[in-house]
Structure formats: structure tokens, C-alpha cells
Design a protein around this ligand. Structure first.
Ligand SMILES: Cc1cc2nc3c(=O)[nH]c(=O)nc-3n(C[C@H](O)[C@H](O)[C@H](O)COP(=O)(O)OP(=O)(O)OC[C@H]3O[C@@H](n4cnc5c(N)ncnc54)[C@H](O)[C@@H]3O)c2cc1C
Length: 422
């Protein structure tokens, strides 16, 4: 397979672009594999890659019902950060950010990771104190984090709404400089190509429609391309987790599926060189500018449960209002597109990565709306769990029984209501 480099771009330019190979094969499914991962999103593809690269397990299939990156992986606002505070999240997301920092080299694929800073606006002394605690915790655990004064913020992002009469005046900001954005479909394609190079079969248009069991083991998966057996099976299907769980006759999960929308405007000249987050009094809004110039933004969930990958109009209004309140200069910009994904929202806002009641079935779920940044570490630790059949200490509390043990990993402090965990 062609190794991507400046030289290969130059050489193929001279030869009329005739020397490129397919990025990954399109194999027919085999009857059986050592590991079958259901879900060709970022988490499923990353798991397959790390199974092969970290553990030497290459007889692996990734089954995807549609096309790679057609789920949340290709629908998100691509914010990558590690400003988590609680044990169970802190080390996991920091490791993920470290993996992002070398991902393009590791995969030999430019995922366009841009460490452009993540700025959270603060609007009250109480919010500033809480944020200082979070960012100090990050600094004490070898991450980066800064608390900026209003003057510093004005110097860096002069066109935010600093009007003294604003409904929620900005008083300060927290900043993580190593945070930023990446190109979502490049991440899917990069992991797919690198996994394929190591022998993984990536099988698109292959929907799992049933789970065969023999007592406490999964014996095979019924798919639209025939029955496929796996010695070990991993579910990484994001908002569809409860559907797969039901197919395995495992009852209910502490997960609800909700919808989240994102938006992009017509392209503008360079305007915003950071990710900016605005959250106060029920408003929740995050915005950045894509490399093509579009302003990319999103807000809260649609507030009702659904498996449909389409949104509704009230969040459009909410997001437009938030956009204008922090960046009034966007007032006459036209919205180009908006779309929705399906989020697997958990009761405490944190993920599940664990063994299940079935001996050879493993679960990767509950990413709420923060799973893009988690993709590398999710693949890393899920591959480790499947290969070694025990959780690494970093993820040991992310099991389905944590609530019975009194462990809530509730970063937002929102309580057991999935729709409140942003
Ligand atoms: C609008 C929006 C904005 C977001 N913004 C951010 C952000 O800025 N930062 C961040 O960190 N996170 C963000 N997220 C969250 C992030 O996108 C998700 O948490 C993450 O992508 C989920 O993991 P995934 O990529 O594996 O999921 P997906 O890409 O959804 O992968 C799951 C795959 O499973 C497949 N599948 C489902 N059922 C079956 C079946 N029966 N058989 C075979 N295949 C099946 C689906 O087709 C899908 O491709 C956002 C999400 C949305 C929707």
C-alpha cells in the first residue's frame, strides 16, 4: 500500500495521479473471526486498529451497517479537549489528547488535528471559582490549563460581545491551549486504512440484525451479509447500543438515546482561531471555524428520545440566539446546513467500557456528546480490554454496575438525568 508522504504527492503529481492504491479493501465477510467489532464509527475502527497494532490480533472484522463515518463520527463538531476533572475521566481523556497529538504520524494519515485552544467563557465569580478548581486539577495532573482575565481574553478574541449591557457579561475565561479540532472523516478513514493495512476486514453495508446465544456466550451475529461468528464480540454502536443490547436479550441499559444537532454557516474569511464555549443559565453553545471558513457550532440535545438521525427546529433557534449573543458580528451570516446524530446518553454523563453478562461480549458505549475527543483512547482501552479480558485500571470504574457500588462519574454534577449531561 502507498505510504503517504510529500514525496508520494509530488511523484503522483508527475504521473497523472495514477499511482494511488485504494485506501482500504472491500472484502467479503469470512464465516468467523477472532474478534468482531460491531460499529464502523471512530470507536469501532480505533479498536480494530489498536487490536492489531498493540496486541497483534489481526483476524478482526468491523461490521458497519452503512458507510464509515456515517454515524456520529462524521456528524460532530470535532472538538478535542481534556478538561475533565474527576477520577475515572481525568487520566483517560488526557491519554486521549496525547494520542491525538501524534495521531497523524501514527496512522500515516493527516487527521488535521489543530491545537488552536479551547476557551470557556465565564460569567460569574462562582463559575470562575469552580473553573479554577477544575483547571488547577488539570495542572496538578500534568495537563495544561489557564485562567484568563477579561483583558487577556479581549486581546486574543476581540470581537466577542463585551458590551457592559450584555445579559450575561463575560468576566473571565478558562483556556486549554493543547485542545482544538480535527477533521472527523479523516479520522475514520485514517483508522480504517491503518487497520486494513494490518489485516483487519472492514465490512460496510453489513447490518447486524440478530445475536445468537448459547447460554452465556454469543455464538454468532446475524447480519444482512450472512451469519458471522466471532470468538469475541465488541459493541461500539453509539446511539444504537440499546437496540443491539435488546437483540442479545440482555434487558435494559442505563442509557437513553437522544438527538444532537450541529450547524455550519456559509464560508467566511478567518474570524475565529479558537474553539469558544458559552454556557450560562441554561444556554450551551460551542463554536469554531472550519478550515473551509464555515462557522461550525452546536448546543444542547433536542430534549426528547429518538433513534432518528434528524433534528427539530427549536434547537436551531436556541443556537442562533446563543451565536448572536456572543458573536453579534454573525447576525447576517446565512446558515448553510444542519444535521443530527444519535447520542447514547448515560445516567452520569460518563461512558461504559466493560465486560457484560455474556462471557465473550464487550461493551463500548455511553459517550454522551463527548465521544469524538475520546476516540483514540476509547480504541486503545477497548482493544486492551478485549485482548486481555480485564479492564485497565484507567477504565475499571466504567462498568455497568458502578451505580450499584455508589460510583457516579458525574463531571457536570447534573444528577441521574441523561438529557442534562452535556
Ligand atoms: C452533532 C454532534 C456534535 C458532536 N460534537 C462533539 C464534539 O465536538 N466533541 C466530541 O468529543 N464529541 C462530539 N460528539 C459526540 C461524538 O460524535 C460521539 O460520541 C462519537 O462519535 C461516538 O462514537 P462513534 O464515532 O463510534 O459513533 P458512530 O460514528 O455513531 O459509530 C457507530 C456506528 O455503528 C453503526 N451501527 C449501528 N447499529 C449497527 C448495526 N446494527 N449493525 C452494524 N452497524 C451498526 C452505525 O451506523 C455507526 O456508524 C458530537 C456528536 C454529534 C451528533
Amino acid at each position: 500500500m502507498t505510504r503517504y508522504s510529500a514525496w508520494s504527492v509530488f511523484w503522483n503529481g508527475l504521473r497523472g495521479q495514477r499511482g494511488w492504491d485504494r485506501a482500504w479493501r472491500d472484502p467479503e465477510p469470512k464465516p468467523a473471526y477472532d474478534v468482531v467489532i460491531v460499529g464502523g464509527g471512530l470507536h469501532g475502527l480505533a479498536t480494530a486498529y489498536y487490536l492489531a497494532s498493540n496486541h497483534g490480533i489481526t483476524n478482526v472484522a468491523v461490521l458497519e451497517k452503512g458507510w464509515l463515518g456515517g454515524g456520529n463520527g462524521g456528524r460532530n463538531t470535532t472538538i478535542v479537549r481534556s478538561n475533565y476533572m474527576l477520577p475515572g475521566n481525568r487520566r483517560f481523556y488526557e491519554h486521549s489528547l496525547e494520542l491525538w497529538e501524534n495521531l497523524s504520524h501514527d496512522l500515516n494519515y493527516n487527521v488535521m488535528f489543530s491545537q488552536r485552544s479551547h476557551i470557556t467563557l465565564l460569567h460569574s465569580p462562582a463559575a470562575r471559582d469552580a473553573a479554577a478548581r477544575r483547571y488547577n486539577t488539570m495542572r496538578l495532573t500534568d495537563s495544561d490549563g489557564e485562567l484568563w482575565s477579561l483583558d487577556e481574553l479581549k486581546r486574543t478574541v476581540p470581537h466577542l460581545n463585551y458590551a457592559p449591557g450584555a445579559r450575561f457579561p463575560i468576566i473571565a475565561a478558562t483556556v486549554q491551549r493543547r485542545a482544538g479540532t480535527a477533521r472527523h472523516d479523516a479520522v475514520a478513514w485514517g483508522y480504517a486504512r491503518a487497520a486494513d493495512q494490518r489485516g483487519v476486514d472492514i465490512i460496510q453495508n453489513c447490518e447486524v440484525t440478530g445475536v445468537h446465544r448459547d447460554g452465556a456466550r454469543v455464538t454468532g451475529l446475524e447480519t444482512t451479509r450472512g451469519t458471522i461468528r466471532g470468538a469475541k464480540i465488541g459493541f461500539a454502536v453509539a446511539g444504537n447500543t440499546s437496540r443491539l443490547w435488546r437483540m442479545a436479550e440482555l434487558g435494559t441499559l442505563p442509557i437513553e438515546t437522544h438527538k444532537l444537532q450541529a450547524f455550519v454557516t456559509e464560508p467566511l474569511k478567518p474570524l475565529l482561531d479558537q474553539v469558544v464555549v458559552f454556557g450560562v443559565a441554561g444556554a450551551h453553545f460551542y463554536i469554531s471555524q472550519s478550515d473551509k471558513g464555515g462557522m461550525v457550532f452546536g448546543g444542547d440535545l433536542d430534549w426528547y428520545k429518538s433513534y432518528a438521525q434528524r433534528g427539530n427546529l427549536p434547537p436551531v433557534q436556541d443556537c442562533a440566539e446563543c451565536a448572536i449573543s456572543i458573536l453579534p458580528c454573525l447576525g447576517r451570516v446565512r446558515l448553510l446546513r444542519h444535521w443530527s446524530g444519535v447520542m447514547d446518553m448515560s445516567m452520569d454523563g460518563s461512558f461504559f467500557m466493560c465486560r457484560t453478562p455474556l462471557q465473550n461480549l464487550y461493551l463500548n458505549a455511553g459517550w454522551n456528546y463527548g465521544g469524538f475527543k475520546a476516540s483514540p483512547a476509547s480504541g486503545w482501552y477497548f482493544a486492551d480490554l478485549i485482548a486481555n479480558e480485564r479492564p485497565d485500571p484507567v477504565i475499571e470504574n466504567h462498568d455497568l454496575r458502578r451505580f450499584e457500588r455508589g460510583i457516579n462519574i458525574d463531571e457536570r454534577g447534573a444528577g441521574p438525568d441523561p438529557k442534562l449531561h452535556g
